[in-house]
Design a protein around this ligand. Structure first.
Ligand code: ADP
Ligand code: 5GP
Length: 204
């Protein structure tokens, strides 16, 4: 059974940076490419970072119940397509989702065994610095994201794990440790256990 890892963080915390690193080190993880109505930023590519669609198309897909979860974030719609979960199961991979706190809550209701991880910058000042350093948002957008951060951080207690993104290497190692430990849960080890138990025939 595939594991599902939800990663949420206030914008600018460094979540995309960490997710990219974790994905490049771990071919058994499938990244859930979301649908969004926001425009591509910087070097983002359609179908890779997101699938970019119009508000009309998003609403039509929502009406057809195509999303596992969806939410409006900073004035744009974002959603996880139903097909990603099916694809992870078919490919025997674990699914990694980068979604906001509203989406994380919806997904936990649909997939209770999903593991949720909240990523935090070490302080508000550092978060502000990172938002500006990224250089992709205008001043009003930076202010909107900072106000949003304060709201999102209040939800950290709903998550299973917290990773503070101070040094990238340490934060990546902590994310990888969470993923490794979750994969070793007894429930996920059943398939691996079966042939081992068979060698102890009399206890079965
Ligand atoms: P998010 O996906 O959470 O919005 P990004 O990954 O785009 O954030 O990171 C925001 C900015 O902070 C980027 O310029 C990124 O290079 C930088 N950054 C990310 N993690 C760290 C870190 N641990 N230390 C310093 N800068 C970082
Ligand atoms: P950004 O525009 O900076 O890429 O993302 C803004 C916010 O939307 C982030 O908090 C990100 O996690 C969230 N997000 C991205 N994709 C999805 C999704 O499919 N569903 C939900 N609920 N949030 C998403």
């Amino acid at each position: 059974m595939s594991a599902v890892f939800i990663i949420s963080a206030p914008s600018g915390s460094g979540k995309s940076t960490l997710v990219k690193r974790v994905l490049s080190n771990d071919p058994a993880l499938l990244f859930s490419v979301s649908y969004t109505t926001r425009r591509p930023r910087g070097l983002e590519k359609d179908g890779e970072s997101y699938c970019y669609i119009s508000r009309e198309e998003f609403q039509a897909r929502m009406a057809r119940d195509e999303f596992l979860e969806c939410a409006e974030v900073f004035g744009n719609y974002y959603g996880t397509h139903n097909s990603v979960w099916k694809r992870a199961l078919e490919e025997g991979k674990d699914l990694l989702l980068d979604i906001d706190v509203q989406g994380a809550q919806q997904l936990k209701e649909r997939i209770p065994e999903a593991v949720s991880i909240f990523v935090l910058a070490p302080s508000r000042a550092v978060l502000e610095q990172r938002l500006r350093a990224r250089g992709e948002d205008s001043e009003p957008v930076v202010q909107k994201r900072l106000a949003g951060a304060a709201r999102e951080i209040r939800n950290y207690a709903r998550y299973d794990y917290v990773v503070v993104n101070d040094r990238v290497e340490q934060a990546v190692a902590n994310l990888e440790a969470i993923i490794r430990a979750e994969r070793l849960r007894r429930e996920r080890m059943e398939e691996r256990m079966r042939p081992i138990l068979e060698t102890f025939g009399e206890i079965l």
